[in-house]
Design a protein around this ligand. Structure first.
Ligand code: PT1
Length: 271
């Protein structure tokens, strides 16, 4: 951590789960009212972006039917739009959900599949909103079954470079592309730690970097804490990511992260 690369535009993306089976909150935000209350809380705490997902993608998660995913996300996006202009990201793999969510007011597509499924790349290009392209090895249901890499950093880097190229070829503006190494998606603890250690290398991709480590099992393994006690480990991970050049941090605990990043930002702007 000798060299610091602090983004001039550090942003906090707050996670709003519209899924009853989300890993981190034990289904507390299952109902539409609860999800809306959570969105309001995260906005009050200073979120720059809200990330809304209607299908859990944690390790082992099952797929959700299209109608259910739309039912969970679209009314929520509409409800948020009644009182807030904050950027809203839709965390989905389904082109039809992308369309419905953007129509309802979502302004960013968050794709853990890096737009590799069905015609999602063409649909995203047509919608003309920014996209986040994330690295994942395998599928959410099977990705943690013994992931192997020769060189995890180079392989994730090359994958993301290829997806940037594919997105640009499909008509997505390069200035609308964000990339994400996909912490916890087909990676062992050691892989995740190596990616965080070498995060600054991903700056060479030339697009903003999004990082999601909040409450994940890597933090649980390092600290020995269950998911409800991972705040301090998550803050440390967020600060390391921010000092390594991350531009957007996807987190559950927005208020504490905003304070931590105010310190990082101040260091970046000093002198
Ligand atoms: C992420 C992310 C995401 N993470 C983006 N979208 C999740 N762009 C959902 C664990 O190991 O990092 N980036 N959408 C949540 N996924 C996981 C993965 C949750 C792993 C938990 C773990 O505990």
């Amino acid at each position: 951590m000798s060299a610091h690369f602090i983004s001039a535009n550090l942003q906090v993306m707050g996670v709003v789960n519209a899924t009853p089976d989300s890993f981190s909150d034990g289904g507390r935000f299952a109902s539409p009212e609860q999800a809306l209350a959570q969105a309001k809380l995260l906005i009050d705490e200073g979120a720059d972006i809200l990330d809304i997902g209607g299908e859990s993608t944690r390790p082992g998660a099952r797929e959700v039917a299209l109608e259910i995913e739309i039912e969970r996300t679209v009314p929520l996006i509409r409800a948020i739009r009644e009182f807030s202009d904050l950027p809203i990201s839709i965390d989905t793999n389904k082109p039809a959900v992308m369309r419905a969510a953007v129509e309802a007011g979502a302004t960013l597509i968050n794709s853990i599949w890096a737009l590799r499924l069905d015609d999602s790349l063409a649909v995203a290009a047509d919608l003309g909103v920014p996209v986040c392209l994330m690295h994942m090895r395998g599928t959410p249901r099977t990705m943690q079954q013994d992931p192997v890499y020769d060189d995890v950093v180079s392989e994730v880097y090359d994958f993301l470079a290829g997806r940037i190229e594919a997105a640009v070829a499909a008509g997505v503006h390069e200035s609308d592309i964000i990339v994400d190494p996909g912490f916890g998606f087909g990676k062992t603890i050691e892989h995740n730690l190596m990616l965080l250690q070498s995060l600054a290398r991903f700056r060479a991709l030339g697009v903003p970097l999004l990082v999601g480590l909040s409450r994940k099992s890597t933090i649980g393994k390092i600290t020995g804490k269950p998911v409800e006690d991972r705040l301090f480990g998550s803050i440390a991970a967020a600060v390391i990511a921010a000092m390594s050049g991350a531009d957007i941090l996807r987190v559950h605990d927005v208020g504490p992260t905003v304070d931590a990043l105010a310190m990082v930002r101040a260091v970046g702007e000093a002198g």
